[in-house]
Each structure stands twice: as C-alpha cells, then as structure tokens.
Design a protein around this ligand. Structure first.
Ligand SMILES: [Zn+2]
Length: 264
C-alpha cells in the first residue's frame, strides 16, 4: 500500500511540473509551510538578516507593497491567493534579492539604492515572485538534498527534518542557485507581468546591463552569483517582450528618486 502511495506521489510530482525539466516532490501546502519556517528563521537571525523596521519605514514598505499588488493584479499568478507575497527589506549594503517558497520576498537596501527607476524594481520583484509562483525553490531543494531524502521528509511528513533544512537554508538562502532554464523562465514571467502594468516591461534588462557594467569595473554583485546575466539573457527578454506586443511602459524615475530618500 505504501509503495503504491509512493508511486502515485512520484507520478503526481512529475505531472505537476510545468513546462520545464526537474522534479518537485513538495506539495503546494508544503511550499507554504516551508516558506513560513524559513521566514521565521530569517526574522530570528537579526545579525545575518537585519530587517528594516516596518513601523519606522512605512513609506518604503508602502511602495514595495503597491508594486507587488500591481503585479499580482496581472492575473498571471497561479498562487496569488494562497502564497504570502510579503515583501521585506534587509538593511545591508548587499546587491541581492531573493524569494522563499510560498512567496516571501526579500530585498537588500544595497540593491534598492543601486536601482534608478521603478520599472527596474518592478522587473526584479516580478522575477523573484515568478521563482516563487513557479515553485523553483522547492524544485531546486529536491535536487540539492536528493530525491530520497526529500521523499522521506514528504512521505513521513517529517517536519523536524524540514525545519532543519529551513534553518540551514536561512543562512545560505540567498545562494540557492537556480538552473539557467529557471532564470530564463523567471525573466519571461517578469516581462509578461509588467506588460499588464504601466511599467516598462524591459526594466529588468536595464538592470542586468548596469550590473554587468558595474561588475566589469570591479564591484561585487552578489545577485550575479545566483542570477548570471549575459547578452543571451538580455536577448531572451527582448524576444519575450516582442512576443508580448512590444509594450512601451514608464520608468518612473523621479518617483523612484523620491523613494530612495526614504531609505536609511
Ligand atoms: Zn532568479
């Protein structure tokens, strides 16, 4: 009986893959549970993740929340109503952003200051939200921790092991590397979301080019260690943009400049 259950679970896991390669043994509920555990670990680790106070910086959070809401209204999210979609800011001079399973999104102040307009921010936010909505993190975890370990955790509902992994990952979360296909897919979805808004859908390419330029002049870009940017990736965004009607949007530079003055 148990074997039949395992088999059907594996079949379900394969059937659950959208378009792309790779197996995800997690259920959507486990994505949510796991994401909550990771968010709790992050909140506890105030040295590694000094979260910017929501009560002291309400305008920073209001801006991020409003862009998130605009993206969620695109109608393109599978888990719009099930995932948390909370956006938090880590007060550190690091050029990175990341998402946990279940849609907890984190931006470093270093990255927010590096950007020059709201379309860039919307593009990166869309990219991270796509990783969560397409469930790339738990797919990567299945790969990183091995099929059999994940299977035993999932089958046994082994929340102790899951909590252990959540704790482990909280320290190296930002370094969870996605496959190239997942990166391209997250870029594509970012463009598709932004095409449904008033933002320039190619905000993310402007950002990639700036990152490449900065790295070439010697700046350490953490984002690039997990999100390698190159000419191919920019060309892919260009292609998706044309396929989606070559929508011209706004960059909102002055609004973004005002936003940056609210950061610590
Ligand atoms: Zn990515």
């Amino acid at each position: 009986m148990k074997q039949i259950f395992i088999l059907s679970l594996v079949v379900l896991a394969f059937a659950g893959c959208r378009k792309e390669e790779g197996v995800n043994l997690f259920t959507v509920s486990q994505d949510i549970e796991f994401g909550e555990q990771m968010a709790a670990e992050i909140a506890k680790d105030t040295v590694e993740y000094p979260l910017l106070s929501e009560t002291k910086y309400p305008r920073v959070y209001a801006k991020l929340d409003s862009i998130r809401d605009v993206l969620l209204a695109s109608g393109l999210f599978e888990y719009k109503d099930r995932f948390s979609w909370d956006v938090k800011v880590i007060n550190k001079d690091v050029l990175n952003a990341f998402a946990t399973p279940g849609g907890h999104i984190y931006f470093y102040t270093g990255l927010l200051k590096f950007m020059d307009n709201e379309a860039e921010l919307a593009g990166i936010l869309g990219h991270e939200m796509a990783h969560a909505d397409l469930r790339h993190s738990t797919k990567q975890l299945t790969k990183a921790y091995g099929f059999s370990l994940m299977l035993s955790i999932v089958l046994g509902n082994d929340s102790a092991s899951l909590a252990g992994i959540a704790k482990n990952l909280a320290s190296g979360l930002a370094s969870l590397k996605f496959s190239r296909d997942d990166e391209y897919m997250a870029d594509e979805y970012s463009v598709k979301y932004l095409c449904k808004t008033s933002y320039d859908p190619k905000g993310i390419t402007v950002f990639f080019q700036k990152m490449i330029d900065a790295q070439n002049s010697g700046t350490t870009i953490t984002f690039l260690s997990t999100h390698p940017a190159d000419a191919d990736r920019i060309a892919n965004v260009e292609k998706v943009w044309k396929e989606n009607g070559s929508v011209i949007g706004n960059k909102y530079e002055s609004q973004y400049a005002a936003f940056k003055t609210k950061l610590p």
